[in-house]
Design a protein around this ligand. Structure first.
Ligand code: ADP
Ligand code: MG
Length: 275
């Protein structure tokens, strides 16, 4: 049994405080949903947990089984058992998915050996389970993948790497119903078979009909303003974020920060210099 504790986490980007004290605790095998409107800081939380270097940590703790992770580089957090599926997976031309996974797994030889079979066989089995065409694995990571293929490929990485905790940033965005079902079922199975703990970030309740959460948290204006059981997602569908904000007396739904060049931002937006 492992625990991931986020305590009083405050994070600034470009001098603006985006997360203003986030508390959340997750245990092995649990699924927690983090919901919030656009701009409320969901992706900022995901990146901060993984240790993106241009995010300024202004306070708080992130502990995995009691060990402080803040201050550790991303690869060490991954080694400790943290995984992030990004909202907009990055394309890496020239690096094959299969090679990337091989390197990542060799960093954790023990877990690879425990399966007693080679990476190729593992990948082939996962590809079949997730309906990913095996030839994708031999192409550049995410290069010319459709939105749905990227999310299936991220889920495949997750399944092969077997982390303790996975943060899924809008894994449902851009997925058709079939892909959503495949991806959710695979993740749900991991929570049972591997006791994977999941923080599923989404702004739609749709994902949560497939991937059933134990707890639902609502992020508004950089803080978790309400937590509850699965019924909270239904309430949100009904009243909307604005309705909930009004009920709770929260004034600012989103946190305003200058839109700067963000390499992990929505690539369809004009402000992105990488498109
Ligand atoms: P969400 O994922 O909930 O839609 P984000 O965490 O992406 O919200 O964004 C929260 C706020 O932080 C927004 O105002 C956004 O413009 C800002 N922000 C996020 N990342 C950056 C960045 N790299 N540079 C500048 N501003 C950023
Ligand atoms: Mg986001």
């Amino acid at each position: 049994m492992s625990t991931l504790q986020i305590e009083g986490l405050r994070v600034a980007v470009g001098g603006h405080e985006i997360l203003r004290g986030v508390d959340l605790e997750l245990a092995s095998g649990e699924v927690h949903a983090l919901m919030g409107p656009n701009g409320s800081g969901k992706s900022t939380l995901a990146h901060a947990l993984m240790g993106r270097s241009d995010y300024e940590i202004r306070g708080g703790h992130l502990r995995l089984d009691g060990e402080e992770l803040l201050g550790l580089p991303t690869w060490q957090r991954a080694e400790r058992g943290l995984f992030l599926a990004m909202q907009y997976p990055v394309e890496v031309p020239g690096v094959r998915a299969i090679d990337l996974l091989g390197v990542a797994l060799r960093g954790r030889a023990a877990s690879a050996d425990a399966h007693g079979n080679g990476l190729d066989a593992r990948l082939a089995a996962e590809a079949e389970r997730l309906h990913v065409d095996a030839q994708f694995l031999a192409r550049g990571v995410n290069v010319e993948f459709s939105g749905g293929e990227k999310k299936r490929a991220e889920t495949l990485q997750l399944a092969v790497l077997e982390p303790k905790f996975a943060v899924l940033d809008e894994i449902d965005s851009g997925l058709d119903v079939d892909a959503l079902r495949d991806v959710s079922r695979r993740i749900e199975a991991m929570t049972d078979e591997n006791r994977l703990g999941v923080l599923a970030i989404t702004h739609y309740a749709r994902l949560l009909t497939e991937l059933r959460p134990d707890r639902v948290h609502v992020l508004l204006g950089g803080r978790i303003v309400q937590s509850g059981g699965p019924e909270l997602a239904d309430t949100l569908e009904r009243v909307g974020y604005e309705g909930l904000a009004a009920e709770l007396g929260v004034e600012d739904l989103a946190v305003e920060a200058e839109a700067e060049s963000d390499p992990f931002a929505d690539p369809t937006l004009e402000s992105n210099p990488f498109t």
